[in-house]
Design a binder for this molecule. Structure first.
Ligand code: COA
Length: 276
């Protein structure tokens, strides 16, 4: 193992391949997101971003849950009369989920069980979501008296569509992995005993790409969603020019030489081989 850290409510291990396995670690509370869990995640995600050995981030949950959403006791009730404390944990939640969105590293949510309410903001922040077929997703807020805040209403509508968002937010009904894929909330759904295997396959596939090209690609795809057509044209052209200039591996030139001149690979079928 290259490196690891265990905090009170979250931990990570970077394996020899460079995969950083981040775990929400409150299994006895179904990994409900307490203020401390948010503080731990801020520390972990910030640290991993600058850890050269960590090439890709996988986020999962200990035990039978990915995360049961915000902690009703510690995040909500304990801070109902303490706006400064509420803001502190709210801010930390916003920080680490936005760190994930902005990360230069590919991020995969490995959903091993329950995913409720506030957990959707983290789920949406990840680039790819691989879920167990029998995972249980739900916007349960309506069942206990709040609306899906913490940007859940926004990210859920963005992932799927307004009809689905309205239905699941209003009914609080749960749905499983295959349904999450059908709605665009998850990328792939697999039997639970194949979950880690499938995540490994995708992680290895991503790590074959040039890291800078992958980072620019994920940023571009995420950012164009908020742009109109003209802005997107301009942004993507500029972003590609920047990538050409900044990619330390010179992937574009190398790829063209290998395909057009040396005829050693076909970009349609896989990435150009990177130097070891
Ligand atoms: N906030 C605070 N505590 C939570 C929690 C949450 N979101 N989710 C689970 N827990 C705690 C329970 O209070 C319980 O604590 P206790 O052992 O001290 O009593 C423990 O985790 C286990 O929960 P339990 O309900 O017994 O487990 P379960 O496996 O039967 O059910 C859930 C799991 C996730 C279906 C259920 O706990 C639940 O509905 N949680 C709330 C989900 C929610 O509405 N999240 C949205 C928040 S925005």
């Amino acid at each position: 193992m290259a490196s690891s850290k265990e905090l009170e409510c979250a931990k990570y291990e970077v394996d020899d391949e460079g995969i950083a396995w981040v775990t929400f670690n409150r299994p006895e509370k179904r990994n409900a997101m307490s203020p401390q869990l948010h503080y731990d995640m801020v520390e972990i995600i910030a640290e991993l971003e600058n850890l050269v050995d960590a090439k890709l981030i996988v986020i999962t949950g200990a035990g039978e849950s990915w995360s049961a959403g915000m902690d009703l006791r510690e995040f909500f009730r304990a801070t109902d009369n303490d706006p400064a404390a509420r803001h502190k944990s709210y801010w930390a939640h916003r920080q680490w989920t936005q760190f994930i969105t902005a990360s230069n590293k590919a991020t995969i949510a490995m959903v091993n069980g329950y995913c409720f309410g506030g957990a959707f903001t983290a789920l949406a922040a990840c680039d790819i979501v691989i879920t167990a077929d029998d995972a249980t997703f739900g916007l349960s807020e309506v069942n206990w008296g709040i609306l899906p805040g913490g940007n859940v209403s926004k990210v859920f509508s963005d992932l799927t569509n307004n009809r689905n968002a309205m239905f699941y937010a209003m009914t609080g009904r749960t749905f499983d992995g295959p349904k999450a894929v059908e709605m665009g909330v998850a990328t792939l759904s697999v039997p639970k005993d194949k979950l880690r295997e499938e995540v490994l396959i995708i992680a290895r596939e991503l790590m074959e790409k040039a890291p800078m090209v992958l980072a620019y690609t994920k940023q571009a795809v995420r950012n164009v969603g908020d742009m109109d057509m003209n802005m997107a044209y301009e942004y993507l052209a500029t972003k590609n020019t920047a990538l050409f200039g900044i990619d330390p591996e010179g992937t574009r030139s190398k790829g063209m030489t290998e395909f057009l001149d040396n005829k050693t690979y076909r970009p349609g079928l896989g990435p150009v081989k990177r130097d070891d």
